[in-house]
Design a protein around this ligand. Structure first.
Ligand SMILES: NC(=O)c1ccc[n+]([C@@H]2O[C@H](COP(=O)([O-])OP(=O)(O)OC[C@H]3O[C@@H](n4cnc5c(N)ncnc54)[C@H](OP(=O)(O)O)[C@@H]3O)[C@@H](O)[C@H]2O)c1
Length: 427
């Protein structure tokens, strides 16, 4: 039986998962593939560091170049993360004619164009199933399962850490800072949580999804990206009263004229299937013209779930190599035409809004808030006076730019004690 060689860059969480999965399921993989997969070289930063899995120490090196240049390596798996070194390694692998598997959404979001173009020129493939929703075979479903269909919209929960934090805030009625600290202590959130809780990890994934679903390049700098630091227990109380839950969403829509791309927490009806996606789980709802709605659900991160996706990519590349069926075209071009599509400006995006104010209790203050909104053409739907100084308003659908101007108006009202908090709502 033929053996194909893997050059592994990174032996952290996911790299260790890959080594374990290849060992645990070696026979089943060989039977399905008709060949064996073998890790032939492993590059890390520190050779002597203790590892989560047993590996032959003679395979481990700090010399990435040696891994890329090794003729026994046909497939390079990039699992170092980050953008700078990973870009150099992936481009280096492509230059040497190696197919690449990566789980790195940050890399694809920042340098996807350059990498896909280089792969196209060199006639090798880039596979990236693990970059969105970890172990859930979402990329494959979008690329293959829906290849004959036209996707209009997707709404997803793609950052497990944010979903875990919001789920616990809802269940335990405790503030963001406390739950975040707990999540960090338990290893569910990074010491530097910004990438997750400020929405940037989700934005990187949204960029990958827009390219797959709409054939559109949407730079993260052009998306509406908002995090969850300002969400408070009272927001969950209100959501519950109106039959909603709070979820950290990515939303992509293909309007005929342009692409809508946004990342933010939203109040969604609890009857939506996405409302039941809790804890660290991920879920993505896709609406396509012929199939209609479909939903993808599962573990979006973790050593073994992510390794499942990475190894499935390796198997797919291996099949191509073995059957010589590879068209030589990179994945992006196999999916659909790639077009420069305009991105809908942030200010033009439309939502209903939930606004939470802290106000000095004096006559006329509600009328003043309403007046500011009315001047921007925003209609109030409901007003709720909560205990203490809190007032909650919900609005009818309005543009982001109108709401931004309304915030300037709120700042001029002396009874408004701090900048209001805003959550977008979806019906
Ligand atoms: N963890 C998850 O659940 C998950 C889920 C989906 C996608 N991903 C993606 O998978 C990738 C890997 O994540 P991870 O959690 O496995 O990361 P990790 O645990 O931090 O491991 C990174 C590995 O890369 C090595 N490395 C870093 N810089 C290097 C360099 N310049 N040269 C050589 N080796 C280098 C490190 O070496 P040392 O061990 O010697 O320090 C380490 O073994 C990332 O792109 C991440 O976004 C992760």
């Amino acid at each position: 039986m033929r053996t194909l060689g893997i050059g592994l860059l990174g032996l952290g969480n996911v790299g260790s998962g890959l080594v374990k999965l290849l060992e645990d399921n070696a026979e089943a993989i060989a039977a399905r593939l008709g060949a064996r997969l073998e890790v032939r070289r492993i590059a890390v930063r520190e050779v002597d560091k203790p590892r989560m899995v047993e590996v032959d120490r003679s395979l481990v090196t700090t010399d990435v170049e040696a891994v890329l240049a090794d003729p026994a390596v046909q497939i390079v798996v990039e699992l170092v993360g980050g953008e700078v070194a990973a870009r150099e390694f992936v481009l280096g692998a492509i230059e040497r004619g190696k197919h690449v598997v990566t789980a790195n959404k940050a890399l694809l979001a920042a340098h996807g164009d350059e990498i896909f173009n280089a792969a196209e020129r060199r006639g090798v493939d880039i596979f990236y199933e693990a970059s969105v929703c970890g172990g859930v075979p979402l990329i494959r479903a979008l690329r293959d399962g829906l290849a004959s269909d036209k996707i209009d919209e997707f709404i997803g929960i793609v950052n497990g850490t944010s979903n875990y934090i919001l789920t616990r805030m809802a269940d335990e009625q405790r503030p963001f800072d406390e739950i975040l600290a707990d999540a960090q202590a338990q290893g569910y959130a990074e010491a530097d949580p910004g990438l997750d809780v400020d929405g940037w990890d989700a934005a990187h994934k949204l960029c990958v999804l827009c390219s797959l679903c709409f054939g559109a390049r949407v730079p993260v700098t052009e998306m509406l990206v908002d995090g969850l630091r300002e969400i408070a227990p009272i927001d969950f109380d209100y959501a519950r009263r109106i039959g909603c839950v709070l979820k950290p969403l990515v939303i992509g829509r293909d309007h005929a004229s342009d692409i809508e791309a946004r990342v933010h927490v939203a109040m969604i009806p609890e009857r939506w299937l996405l409302a039941t996606v809790s804890g660290v789980f991920n879920g993505v709802y896709v609406s396509s013209q012929a199939l209609g709605p479909s939903l993808y659900y599962g573990r979006g991160a973790g050593m073994m779930p992510t390794a499942v996706a990475v190894v499935s990519d390796v198997i797919e590349v291996a099949r191509d190599i073995l059957s010589a069926a590879s068209s030589g075209l990179p994945l992006r071009l196999r999916i659909r035409d790639w077009r420069e599509r305009p991105v809908r400006p942030r200010g033009e995006l439309v939502s209903r809004f939930y606004l939470r104010f802290r106000v000095r209790d004096r006559p006329g203050v509600l009328a003043e808030l309403d007046g500011v909104l009315a001047r921007e053409g925003i209609a109030v739907r409901e007003v709720s006076r909560e205990v203490g100084e809190t007032v909650i308003l919900t609005t009818q659908a309005a543009r982001e730019q109108a709401m931004q101007r309304a915030f300037e108006g709120f700042a001029r009202i002396d009874a408004v004690l701090e900048r209001p908090r805003l959550i977008r709502m979806m019906d």
